[in-house]
Design a protein around this ligand. Structure first.
Ligand code: UDP
Ligand code: MG
Length: 320
């Protein structure tokens, strides 16, 4: 029986580079398919693009039976788009990649090789990134360090990316069991277990357009990721409490001694230091509690991760 690879591509306002992506990727997929015997499908998830991306995708779908478009009713973010792509995929292996050619489709043959060797999860590791400045590099390294320190058993590959491949059974587990509203897909992929491996790739610069991830989005993603995979911040309060109690105890003894020696100063500086320190600690803890509360709130509301407007294939447009 022939196997099939599902290539999932999330698209948000990519009209400038989308044709280049399609025209560059398709020959590679065709050639690989002939050589390895793996059939393929190319699933584009249009994440509420406001430019001409959807028209381009419709054009690809109308002339290519390998292409399917999952068209969202509104923008839901990159992770939701990848989840939708995985949900609609039918292949024995699923590859998630970006539409801006930062994730080279040239890696696909190597991924198929890994599937054939029996791996369930292939994490693609960036060895170089033409796009990122020094700030993004440093914060990225710091993020994975913190993540691994806090997340207990789940280990995250440094420099892992949204470029990854999973087998059918991992895709099914993600579909069925990982339906969280506040997500970190890269983390789930590391979290399910099974036989994992890594491959390296060089992230090139975007073909066209601009990155959609600004600093705020990155901070949000990192916070979500940490709070989703670790409860250490939630428990920080206890350590901070113990520490401040100790500090308070020392200060109390110190003040009492000073009182009896008759050298009690007016204590202004001590007060300021203690106040600033305590409020700092308190607000950080409060902030983290709010973060978890927000996650619980999102889960309790139980809203859909994404809403599909239409599914477009060569056979036409079917409304869901
Ligand atoms: N993307 C998406 N929804 C969004 C933002 C981005 O589907 O709300 C897609 C985007 O089209 C691209 C991928 O996610 O295919 C990665 O986005 P981007 O290139 O902007 O991020 P970067 O590579 O700079 O991290
Ligand atoms: Mg990109």
């Amino acid at each position: 029986m022939t196997k099939k690879l599902s290539v999932v591509v999330s698209v948000y306002n990519e009209e400038l580079g989308l044709r280049q992506f399609y025209e560059h990727t398709t020959p590679i997929l065709k050639e690989t398919s002939q050589r390895t015997g793996w059939d393929y499908e190319l699933i584009f998830v249009n994440d509420g693009s406001r430019d001409g991306s959807l028209d381009l995708l419709k054009e690809f779908a109308s002339q290519d039976e390998k292409v399917a478009v999952v068209n969202f009713a509104a923008n839901r973010g990159h992770e939701a788009a990848m989840i939708a792509g995985i949900d609609y995929s039918t292949g024995d292996g699923v590859v998630c990649m970006d539409a801006d050619l930062q994730h080279p489709p040239e890696s696909i043959p190597a991924i198929i090789e890994k599937f054939d060797e029996g791996y369930d999860v292939v994490s693609m590791i960036r060895t170089a990134r033409a796009d990122a400045g020094i700030f993004k590099r440093i914060t990225s390294v710091a993020f994975y360090k913190v993540m691994n320190a806090l997340s207990g058993k789940t280990k995250f590959e440094n420099n892992s990316s949204d470029f990854f491949a999973i087998s059918r059974r991992v895709a099914l587990i993600l579909k069925r069991d990982y339906r969280e509203r506040v997500r970190f897909l890269r983390g789930y992929v590391q979290n399910v277990g099974f036989k994992k491996t890594t491959l390296e790739f060089e992230a090139s610069a975007r073909v066209a357009g601009e990155s959609n991830y600004n600093l705020r989005a990155l901070v949000k993603l990192s916070l979500n990721a940490i709070c989703n995979f670790s409860d250490v911040p939630l428990k920080m309060g206890i350590y901070a409490g113990v520490f401040s109690l100790l500090l308070a105890f020392i200060l109390i003894i110190y003040s009492i001694v000073q009182y009896f020696l008759g050298t009690a100063p007016n204590g202004y500086s001590t007060l300021i230091v203690v106040l600033c320190f305590m409020f700092g600690v308190l607000f950080i803890i409060l902030g983290f509690i709010s973060e978890y509360l927000a996650i619980i709130f999102a889960e309790v509301k139980n809203r859909p991760i994404y809403i599909v407007d239409s599914i477009i294939t060569k056979d036409g447009e079917e409304l869901k």
